[in-house]
Write a protein that binds this ligand. Structure first.
Ligand code: AMP
Ligand code: ZN
Length: 491
């Protein structure tokens, strides 16, 4: 079987092969933790989960890196309003992100690097870019010189003339002076890039420290002056740190293709002289009920909390975001489609449960056995064809009807039952909706709680906090009670 993935770089479905046999390095653009993630962000994160899971099903060992953008203009703005440092400001949103990921059953990434914890790597890359003339200092800011990188625009298939005409758009993007308005009105720090750039489309790698940045804990020393990084450089520097200079896969939402991903390519390739990412995957948007792209800044956004408060099961939300549309088509959020997803989850769970509990009949129906084989192959082919989960799930539903009828009339023998159990494993490797709880989770949590208690007794509060954080990343919250420490799944 051959896995094909749509590669934005070539605009075709290409056969996937990693650089090192059997091993995949994947970098995915994670959340900007200035607020809760909205359902659109969650769609992107679940698409990463789908890519990751299908690579695992295909036999690859995957190193998955997802960054947390914990510094940008919006975070600085909000922290200033709240009168706290950026570190304190983002804390609850980081925690909420991990809770959401746990509730949605996304497999934890291998690494979640935070921008503010990788400033030295960024400073080093910027220094290299200045050294080799791809970047320049202008009044304490550092800009990437787009004219020095002739293939700029190759990912989004822009021509350079178009880029010049579209120069105003090129100024946008977070950390540069976003085009999106930010709550905070007149005092907003969002500003257009200054005119001391050589070219209007050059983008910031480093921004000179402003007086407020110091008290917000958002300024660092660098050979080119005290300041803070731009948004784009973090992904180039952190992907290199954890995955090396060439990534097998880089994924993100389609809105990041330009300018963010173009800028990542320019920075990384200008610094490393190697191809940055071999496969670029872009997931389409989630639209709100009115059909508009969901966006935090535009106001009308829905978080997982909103959905669970309205009574939706996170597993149904997972199914809706992952399986009701192909990742490269737009999807619209509505109460009806969430209810439909919940109903589909219920049917698949009931089917899995019925197969598991069934007693096989004495003889197997040859036709049924053949059909199960066909559907298993068809399911795998759908996933191998650029992750077409909706198509695969459609096949499963057809077969579930036939198999239910066969179970009603006692036509499911030992071999058919085993084949149906394998089919359940097949679809649940991606959907992850059948299990009610992770196997071994309770023991693992109990072990960590005991270790945390021991750490607290030994006054090692650092370790105790670290354990609480680890559990939070698994979607588990701890509560101290009279009876001792209790835990619960958050959502
Ligand atoms: P952000 O938190 O804004 O940095 O975005 C995190 C991820 O969510 C990025 O991959 C975005 O492309 C993606 N994203 C943002 N808005 C949407 C949306 N409405 N639908 C799907 N993905 C989105
Ligand atoms: Zn990125």
């Amino acid at each position: 079987m051959t896995l094909r993935l749509h590669n934005t770089l070539t605009a075709t479905k290409d056969v996937f092969e990693p650089v090192a046999a059997g091993q995949v390095g994947m970098y995915t653009c994670g959340p900007t933790v200035w607020n809760y993630a909205h359902a659109g962000n969650l769609r992107a994160f679940l698409v990463y989960d789908l890519v990751r899971r299908h690579l695992q099903v295909s036999g690859y060992d995957v190193t998955h890196v997802m960054n947390l953008t914990d510094i940008d203009d919006r975070i600085l703005d909000q922290a200033m309003h709240a009168g706290v440092t950026i570190g304190d400001y983002v804390k609850p949103y980081v925690a909420a992100f991990f809770e959401d990921m746990g509730a949605l059953r996304a497999q934890p990434a291998t690494h979640y690097p935070r921008a503010t914890e990788h400033i030295p790597e960024m400073v080093e890359m910027i220094s290299e870019l200045i050294e080799n003339q791809h970047a320049y200092i202008a009044d304490g800011d550092v800009y990437f010189r787009i004219a020095s990188f002739p293939t700029y625009g190759a990912l989004s298939h822009l021509d350079r003339a178009g880029l010049r005409a579209g120069a105003r758009i090129a100024q946008g993007g977070r950390g540069l002076g976003s085009a999106e308005p930010v709550p905070g009105g007149a005092s907003s720090r969002i500003r257009q890039d200054k005119y001391d750039k050589e070219s209007v489309s050059d983008f910031a790698l480093w921004k000179k420290a402003q007086p407020d940045d110091e008290k917000l804990g958002a300024a660092w020393d660098a050979p080119f002056g005290r300041g803070r990084p731009g948004w784009h450089i973090e992904c180039s520097a952190m992907s290199k740190r954890y995955l090396g200079v060439t990534l097998d896969i880089h994924a993100g939402g389609v809105d990041l293709m330009f300018p963010h991903h173009e800028n990542e390519i320019a920075q990384s390739e200008a610094a490393n002289h190697k191809q940055f990412a071999r496969f670029w995957l872009h997931s389409e948007h989630l639209a709100d009920a009115t059909g508009e792209k969901m966006s935090k800044s535009a106001g009308g956004f829905t978080t997982l909390r909103d959905l669970t408060d309205a009574g939706h099961d996170p597993v149904a939300v997972r199914f809706f975001l992952l399986a009701s549309a192909h990742y490269r088509t737009r999807l619209r959020l509505s109460t009806e489609s969430l209810h439909a997803a919940a109903e589909q989850v219920r049917r698949l769970r009931e089917f899995a449960d019925r197969v598991q509990r069934s007693t096989p009949s004495d003889v197997d129906d040859g036709d049924l056995l053949r059909r199960i084989g066909e559907v298993r192959t068809g399911y795998r082919e759908a996933l191998d064809d650029d992750l077409n989960l909706p198509q695969g799930v459609g096949l499963v539903f057809e077969l579930a009807r036939e198999a239910n009828a066969a179970m009603d009339s006692g036509r499911v023998g030992e071999r058919s039952r085993d084949a149906l159990l394998l089919l359940v494993d097949d679809f649940d490797a991606h959907l992850d909706i059948v299990r009610s709880e992770e196997p071994g989770l309770a023991q693992e949590v109990a072990r960590l709680i005991a270790e945390r208690e021991a750490a607290r007794k030994g006054r090692d509060f650092g370790r105790a906090d670290q354990i609480r954080e680890e559990l939070r990343e698994k979607g588990i919250a701890l509560e101290d009670s009279k009876e001792g420490v209790r835990w619960r799944r958050v959502r």
